[in-house]
Ligand binder design. Sequence first.
Ligand SMILES: NC(=O)C1=CN([C@@H]2O[C@H](COP(=O)(O)OP(=O)(O)OC[C@H]3O[C@@H](n4cnc5c(N)ncnc54)[C@H](OP(=O)(O)O)[C@@H]3O)[C@@H](O)[C@H]2O)C=CC1
Ligand SMILES: O=C(O)C1=N[C@H](C(=O)O)C[C@H](O)C1
Length: 239
Amino acid sequence: MKLLLIGYGKMGQAIEAQAVARGHQIAGIVDPTHPEARITDFDSSTVDAAIEFTHPDAAFANVMSCLQQGIPVVCGSTGWLHHFAEAQALCQQQNGALFYASNYSVGVNLFFHFNEYVAAKMHQFGGYDVQVREIHHTQKVDQPSGTALTAAEGILRNFPEKKTWRNEATQNPSELAIISEREGQVVGTHIVTYTSGVDQIELSHEAYSREGFVLGALLAAEWLPGHQGVFGMKDLLGL
Ligand SMILES: NC(=O)C1=CN([C@@H]2O[C@H](COP(=O)(O)OP(=O)(O)OC[C@H]3O[C@@H](n4cnc5c(N)ncnc54)[C@H](OP(=O)(O)O)[C@@H]3O)[C@@H](O)[C@H]2O)C=CC1
Ligand SMILES: O=C(O)C1=N[C@H](C(=O)O)C[C@H](O)C1
């Protein structure tokens, strides 16, 4: 496949290496380090899919630009979902293809699945409070992490004692606390903890490297062309 990489930082560079190893061609790189290239230089005749991992402030414009150019786009940037409905609308209007996941790791998507099941069971039995904690490297600009937000949404849907989330510790039992910690080079750790007066149950995922995110993003890019609409990891993995 011919891939356009939008963002050539930690993720973009790791994706390039694994994409080439899987036999793909890098048709272009759009990043401040490659100022000669723009998304508007490409279209569906020169690129099969774009993979976007940039910055919360840049992702929306990049996704819109891909959709306008008729390029199927796999986006992994977090922190821009307040604009997601606009991207969905343009995707529909253009009969385009957009794939978004707050986390492309297969393991994390299993974790999301189990998280919803556990939340529903914990609600059914009662007696527990719940909290989400995420730990990431110190270069991360957004908080809470996109993954923590997806996990929190899964809890809110299945554990009605919690009505909303808050990005700090809280004494309000209807608020789900999401605790964000930034530490060294931590790739990404997410922990959901249920506590009662007598015990504790935890569901956690720790990424050892970025390779899991990269593989998931490439699987999404290989799957997306030929599909029309807005998709996520549940569509890809059948979860
Ligand atoms: N969904 C998932 O599975 C994962 C999501 N992420 C998310 O992906 C994003 C990127 O992560 P990561 O690679 O670690 O970040 P990095 O900061 O290492 O890389 C981002 C790159 O994008 C560049 N960039 C900034 N603005 C633009 C723009 N408008 N167009 C093109 N390139 C741009 C940056 O350039 P400069 O530095 O000069 O600004 C930088 O080179 C983050 O939002 C992160 O949360 C990360 C890992 C997994
Ligand atoms: O910025 C990162 O590094 C990561 N961001 C994603 C998120 O916000 O959840 C996914 C992963 O945890 C790494």
